[in-house]
Design a protein around this ligand. Structure first.
Ligand code: NAP
Length: 252
């Protein structure tokens, strides 16, 4: 697949699923802006992509900060050209049961997932509209269907599905598709933190999840990157406003 003329922005690209998406899109021929809170943390991924011959840049920004988002997208334009692929992957969890959940933990999760995706989409869409071509992929989650201890995260991930479908309607006429990938359990620092919160060794936690998953294993970041690669491909131009659950089985 030749995407040498495409510039992609992957938020939360320094590690986990975002780093796998950055690798996959670079491998498919994109120039990739690896955006994360800490610019230094993006450097190893950028170095890896460059070593494989891709064009890449590290960009430090908080996706929930309007000014930082504007400056970050301007930097991408200068370094790699106008972005026409956006993957809203940056995410955090602040899990707790409702009666114990602090309002600050509700706000933090809403800000990164929903405000962050909104700000990034708004900043990048002008470049897509000018190009008459664009691809936005938002990272939702099986938690959007409900998950005990994650009322903030589940609401944010369900909200991202509404954002996805609405932007698909608004941006379709400009050649821009908007879709969501909703992963099940994927082995990353995020799920390691969940295991720690539950007091279960990560290895044991993974085995438990694998045992109740139809395909008998947990997800890997590359599984999610493969789904993103489909949505951003040329041949997915008639697929928009969709949510693809990548969870090793039916989700409910
Ligand atoms: P991860 O390993 O925790 O990586 C998330 C990345 O996002 C981190 O590098 C983090 O930076 C960055 N980030 C956090 N807040 C940010 C902000 N305000 N601005 C910019 N970057 C920010 O998580 P992951 O497991 O790869 O998850 C990636 C996405 O998939 C998330 O949206 C997550 O909700 C979703 N997801 C994951 C799973 C799973 O099982 N892992 C399942 C379903 C959905 P810091 O390290 O500095 O915090």
């Amino acid at each position: 697949m030749d995407r040498t003329t495409r510039t992609a922005v992957v938020t939360g690209g320094a590690r986990g699923i975002g780093a796998a998406i950055a690798r996959r899109l670079a491998g498919d021929g994109c120039a990739v802006a690896v955006l994360d809170l800490d610019e230094q943390a993006c450097a190893p991924v950028v170095a890896e992509l460059e070593a494989k011959g891709a064009r890449a840049v590290a960009v430090g920004a908080d996706v929930a900060d309007e000014q930082q988002v504007g400056e970050a997208v301007d930097r991408v334009v200068s370094a790699l050209g106008p972005p026409t692929i956006l993957v809203n992957n940056a995410g955090i969890t602040r899990d707790d049961l409702l009666f114990r959940m602090a309002a600050t933990d509700w706000d933090a999760v809403m800000n990164v997932h929903l405000r962050g995706a909104f700000l990034m989409c708004r900043a990048v869409q002008q470049h897509m509209v000018e190009a008459g071509w664009g691809r936005i992929v938002n990272l939702s989650s099986t938690s959007a269907l409900g998950n005990r201890g994650q009322v903030n995260y589940a609401a944010a991930k369900a909200g991202l599905q509404g954002l996805t479908k609405t932007l698909a309607l608004e941006l379709g006429r400009f050649g821009v598709t908007v879709n969501a990938v909703a992963p099940g359990f994927v082995e990353t620092a995020m799920t390691a933190a969940t295991a720690e919160r539950l007091g279960v060794p990560f290895e044991e936690f993974q085995q438990q999840v694998a045992a109740r998953t139809a395909v008998g294993r947990i997800g890997r970041p590359a599984d999610i990157a493969a789904a993103v690669a489909f949505f951003v491909s040329e041949e997915a131009s008639y697929v928009s406003g969709q949510v693809l659950y990548v969870a090793g089985g039916p989700t409910s």
